[in-house]
Design a protein around this ligand. Sequence first.
Ligand code: ATP
Ligand code: MG
Length: 437
Amino acid sequence: MVEKVASRKADKLLAVKGMNDIAPPESAHWEALEHRVRDLMARFAYRNVRTPIVEPTSLFVRGTGETTDIVEKEMYSFEDKLNGEALTLRPENTPGVVRAAIEHNLTYDGGKRLYYMGPMFRHERPQRGRYRQFYQLGAEALGFAGPEVDVELMLLAHQLFSELGLQNVRVEINSLGVAAERHAHRAALISYFEKNVELLDADAKRRMLANPLRILDTKNPSMQDLVAQAPQLLAFLGEHSLKHFDSVKALLSSCGVAWNVNPRLVRGLDYYSHTVFEFVTDELGAQGTLCGGGRYDGLFELLGGKPTPAVGWGMGMERVLELLKEQGRRGSTPTPDAYAIVPFAEAVPVAMRCLQILRSVGVSVQMHASTTGAMDSMKSQFKKADISGARYALVFGAQELERGEIIVKTLRDGSGEQCCRRVSDIGAWASTLQSHT
Ligand code: ATP
Ligand code: MG
């Protein structure tokens, strides 16, 4: 019997807006994606890194950038009640990974290739593909300067999409050059916007001097013409930057990856340099960027480390899963190999021992359990066995058990085929239950 705890029904507690529960069967698609990611990362020799979800607020103010949407308005920041420290739930993980690399001198013996998967937090307006807690998969290559590593990272994302069977994902690239080139471009950009100040919206006016590059990123339809005509950073790149960018393009092509240069693709932060890229789809409405990344050669120094070239990307896992669903590329959700039907109390110990053996040799098996604590009828247990999707029912019936046997009945295929198996030989026949559908 379930004991009543309170006489009056308590108010239902709900999750925080924009933060989702991921329960079965949905969670199976997450596990499948995570499994594929781990497998792929191993093939690229990227190793897992796990950093705290909470970091000092100053890490993001410095490492994400004071003039970004994230720092301006999206962070979940709070004061540690015990010591007053300013803390923030991580809105992205590149600053955390770089902090960890500096703190533990991870690149002391050469470059490191790292990846992570985990929750990020941004106070945005929740909508399809945009949540307040969302999951990012990220890859970061620390301590490598050459264009081949930029390309390796793009190949990594590209291969993931292709192994997932996703279609129509475009690769957009651009180069942000080096600081001096960006500064020259910035001056040209400011004077262009100053000449057209009446066409700027309030956000753009505010950013014009602080971070004009970010205006190019605007989603405001009435400013599209203006930004399309703006001076392009590419025109300011010097020989070295052009060479890096040309190598990236040539390598991508030679690896069979189609790309487009999008001169408006910018990351309006000073520590970015050279390559920036996005993987984009038109099939998810406004939230079409699946993956964004770039080279951030200046970030280590900005966070107090030694100058260290680095490049990485972050991918929104909800968006990837949504596109998989949209394109009908999600796999089936898992079902147990067998369902144990236990019609009387005395059979429970035998059944549980058998199940221990089956599970230890790799058979997945679900035992019937009643919601009330009383034994359920055979009929209702078989119904549950059907619902479970198991291929076999294992029936621990009284008569059979007296002979030291159980019934193995085939479900799902309509044949109703069944046979008796000896409990004492279970080790020998167990593997015949393993899914071969
Ligand atoms: P957007 O332009 O869509 O706001 P962003 O530039 O803020 O993206 P990044 O900081 O580059 O995004 O994060 C990398 C990826 O994480 C994005 O390409 C996207 O797939 C995903 N992402 C970002 N914000 C969210 C969110 N609030 N909910 C779900 N996924 C997100
Ligand atoms: Mg954003």
